[in-house]
Design a protein around this ligand. Structure first.
Ligand SMILES: *Cc1c(COP(=O)(O)O)cnc(C)c1O
Length: 404
């Protein structure tokens, strides 16, 4: 018999693909999470940018409850009225004309890659299969998604790299120009990198990408799974540069914690996707769509986006001060809006533990960063509390540097 009062320990029966922190939560409210033994934590990672409206949002709870009592699932062979509604809301708010719903970000990426290749195939250019991606990118964990990211650690042991994926340094326009050729299908990029360390692509580069794609007759795919849906202070990060893609993957915040993803496309880019060419059992089912609709209705609100910009401005100013005060610890502040990266001189895993000691939850990231990905509803008071925790964490990291 397991001892119910013992601290949570990793189970032998979970596949060991995560090195988990022995912290378990049983409830949440807004930006606050409560452990099984009643301790409160300030949640500045939001399940990696998923619970964008905070925990236990009353409208999302209501949407799940109402739909759960009516109908959970039918099949995509039937019309799903709320799927049509959510697709209309998403296309009204974006460059896109059509949407395919998925259960995750990686599936939205899969759909984006398939859509791009099928577009060229249907146009009589089946040789155009190459997806150009960038160093430090993250597109999910399916085989195609890890091949698209090109992160060696995620590919190792899973067979030879798949053909049709090319990787370039992030932000090198000349290398990109040289790499585009007769077998190129599309460019795939996160306007603001998430896992790779919160690097934000300058607006001028995004506009340059759009122009390159137009000139070469290839498609531009954005992965806005993490940076989209309000996180940067606009509904989608591409709006800052006014450089829309042809295809875009979204997920994370769309379900606010319920698994919902989507691949958005122009009608032209999706012209190869005909009946039978793609599908999903669960994608876009009535339960998921009810939550997605409720969630999007909140995320598009101009006052929420203005709030994100305000809180982001506060963090940016305060974090710059922190960097000045702790040059031995903080190397750089990056990102956009409330997708914030703090590049550290000390090990990021240790820093995350220092933050947890302050009951502050932050995410890790590539390039020795930690990320702040709070709910978009984080109040300024809570942002101040987060800064106090980060300052304490810096002091602890600094003390370790001095002691070494
Ligand atoms: C999380 C993430 C994904 C993968 O999403 P899953 O739902 O885990 O499959 C892909 N791209 C980006 C940018 C992400 O942040």
């Amino acid at each position: 018999m397991a001892d119910q009062s013992a601290p949570p320990v990793p189970s032998d029966h979970i596949m060991g693909v995560y090195s988990r922190t022995p912290l378990a939560f049983e409830r949440g409210e807004g930006a606050r999470l409560y452990t099984t033994d009643g301790e409160a934590y300030l949640d500045c990672m939001a399940g990696i940018a998923v619970t964008a409206l905070g925990h236990s949002h009353p409208k999302l709870i209501q949407a799940v409850k109402d739909q759960a009592e009516k109908l959970w699932h039918t099949s995509n062979i039937f019309t799903i009225p709320n799927q049509e509604k959510l697709a209309t809301a998403l296309t009204d708010a974006t460059f896109a004309d059509v949407v395919f719903f998925t259960n995750s970000g990686a599936e939205a990426i899969e759909c984006a890659i398939k859509t791009a290749r099928k577009y060229h195939w249907a146009k009589g250019n089946p040789e155009r299969i190459d997806i150009i991606g960038f160093d430090g990118s993250f597109h999910g964990r399916t085989l195609a998604a890890v091949n698209a990211s090109g992160n060696a650690g995620y590919l190792e042991g899973f067979g030879p790299p798949m053909p049709g994926f090319v990787h370039l340094p992030y932000g090198d326009h000349e290398a990109l120009k040289a790499a585009i050729g007769p077998t190129t299908a599309a460019i795939l990029i996160e306007p603001v990198q998430g896992e790779g360390g919160a690097r934000s692509l300058p607006d001028v580069c995004m506009r340059g990408l759009r122009q390159l794609c137009d000139e070469a007759g290839i498609l531009l795919i954005y992965d806005e799974i993490q940076c989209g849906l309000g996180r940067t202070g606009k509904l989608f990060a591409y709006e800052w540069a006014d450089a829309p893609p042809d295809i875009m993957a979204v997920a994370k915040a769309l379900g606010g914690g319920f698994p919902v993803g989507a691949c958005l496309a122009t009608v032209e880019a999706a012209s190869g996707m005909t009946p039978g060419s793609h599908g999903s059992t669960y994608g876009g089912n009535p339960l998921a769509m009810a939550v997605g609709l409720a969630s999007l209705e909140e995320l598009v609100k101009p006052e929420l986006l203005a709030h994100v910009r305000e809180v982001a401005g506060y963090f940016n100013q305060q974090l710059t001060g922190l960097k000045d005060r702790f040059p031995d610890v903080v190397v750089d502040i990056r990102g956009k809006g409330l997708l914030i990266g703090i590049k550290l001189a000390t090990p990021n895993r240790e820093f995350m533990q220092h933050a947890r000691d302050q009951h502050l939850l932050i995410a890790g990231g590539g390039d020795n960063c930690v990320r702040l990905l709070p709910p978009l509803t984080l109040t300024l008071d809570e942002a101040r509390e987060a800064m106090a925790g980060l300052e304490r964490a810096c002091e602890m990291a600094q003390a370790k540097v001095k002691a070494a």
